[in-house]
Design a protein around this ligand. Structure first.
Ligand code: C5P
Length: 400
């Protein structure tokens, strides 16, 4: 990010204080920041704070003649490499989607010819409102990168999606947006990478389900790394609490059968990396109504039936991706089981990990890459680094 110029539009919301931390993080990377503070934003942070942190004048007023002479709003909107809207309120997103330009921030957004990254933060009901969903969809269709908000407790006391992602996550998205610039196509440009991630939920009745402990982090990290390498990425995800990585097309599913259908619909792909921890079994007959606890009659018996093996199915398919990679979470005899799984499922690579510790849901992973050439064991490292190492091996394999 060295030498890059970020125009940061700070909207009005309690999360505006996180924009201050973001300015600090961007500057630490060697990029410069010019801030535009909306009237709403100035209710939460001051222009003085942003000016001190960015070491640049902060712009607030569309009709500031002095600034208009020194630097018109058109020029301000184009002197940046990337325009970041953080926090992007429901109101700002609506104005951006409609092309309304009634203050400096929205005028700059309409006048810019630079990539725009919006980081939403708002009350959960506002985020889930049909109008906001519509606005976000139009902005994405217009080429604006709109991050998914985080899920959790909100300042207003409610719980759900709508929280501003933490500044390091926004910084990562900024870095990706800057490197995604088409001027430097990555080594996977023109390739389609299909990734599955997370658990599946198999309903028992409308309120209960069978699942496993997968958080989805490793699969999401692989999708993000493939997108950073320039690939078109489809990420088929089970139910997880993770934001969609920049540049990734996400398809949310719940059950194994839905995941199998979404994988099939995403074909053809050059590479498929199936990281999802798919439930091996589902209930033979999910009840339509909640199963009641009848006094004296003991617990119900659950009849289970096998789910489709998506990976093995893909290996046998006429549309088998040329490079097919499976994961193997094992709690014992990791290499022995992984090597047998590679042969049994007829895949090119098995990435094996020992999940007897706290890998599932944890930040780190230690994997062994089992290929026709043998086993390569990587040291324990953050899941992002595992993803980068794996994508590097994919780049090398496709190059041969
Ligand atoms: O047989 P096992 O579940 O250990 O195999 C793990 C690998 O197979 C993973 O890559 C997982 O995504 C994939 N898998 C699948 N569909 C299933 C079960 C596992 O795609 N029903």
């Amino acid at each position: 990010m060295l030498g890059k110029r970020i125009l940061l539009i700070v909207g009005g919301g309690i999360a505006a204080y996180k924009a201050c931390e973001l300015v600090r993080l961007i500057r630490k990377e060697g990029a410069s920041v010019t801030c535009v503070l909306t009237a709403g934003g100035s209710q939460f942070v001051t222009a003085m704070t942003l000016a001190a942190l960015s070491e640049n004048p902060v712009h607030t007023n569309l009709f500031d003649l002095k600034n208009e002479v020194e630097m018109g709003h058109i020029q301000l909107s184009r002197a940046a490499d990337l325009v970041v809207v953080c926090p992007a309120t429901a109101d700002l997103l609506a104005k951006m989607a409609a092309g309304i330009a009634d203050d400096l921030a929205t005028t700059l957004l309409l006048a810019t010819d630079k990539p725009v990254l919006a980081v939403p933060a708002m009350n959960v009901r506002m985020w889930l409102h049909a109008a906001t969903s519509r606005n976000v969809a139009s902005l994405r269709a217009d080429g604006v990168t709109v991050l998914e908000p985080d899920e959790g407790a909100m300042a207003c006391g409610e719980y759900g999606p709508g929280r501003l992602p933490e500044p390091p996550a926004v910084l990562a998205a900024i870095r990706a947006a800057l490197t995604d610039a088409p001027a430097t196509p990555g080594p996977l440009a023109g390739r389609h990478v299909l990734v599955t991630a997370g658990p599946t939920h198999e309903p028992i009745d409308p309120v209960r389900y069978i699942a496993n402990r997968s958080s989805g982090q490793q699969g999401f990290a692989i999708a993000a790394a493939a997108a950073r390498a320039g690939a078109r990425v489809t990420l088929v995800s089970g139910p997880v609490h993770l934001p969609t990585p920049p540049g990734v097309t996400r398809v949310d599913v719940e059950t194994a059968r839905e995941m199998a259908a979404a994988v099939d619909a995403a074909l053809p792909a050059d590479v498929a990396v199936l990281v999802a921890a798919v439930a091996d079994w589902r209930t033979a007959d999910a009840a339509d109504e909640k199963i009641k606890k009848a006094p004296g009659s003991g617990p119900p018996t659950l009849a289970l039936t096998e789910n489709p093996d998506i990976l093995a199915g893909l290996a046998r398919s006429p549309r088998r991706p040329p490079l097919l990679i499976g994961f193997a979470a094992e709690t014992e005899k990791v290499l022995e089981h992984a090597t047998a799984k590679r042969a049994r499922k007829q895949v090119d690579w098995i990435v094996a990990n020992d999940v007897s510790g706290d890998v599932m849901g944890g930040a780190n992973n230690a994997v062994h890459v089992v290929t026709a050439a043998g086993v390569e064991s990587l040291p324990e490292m953050p899941k992002d680094a595992v993803a980068a190492a794996l994508v590097q091996r994919i780049v090398d394999a496709l190059g041969q």
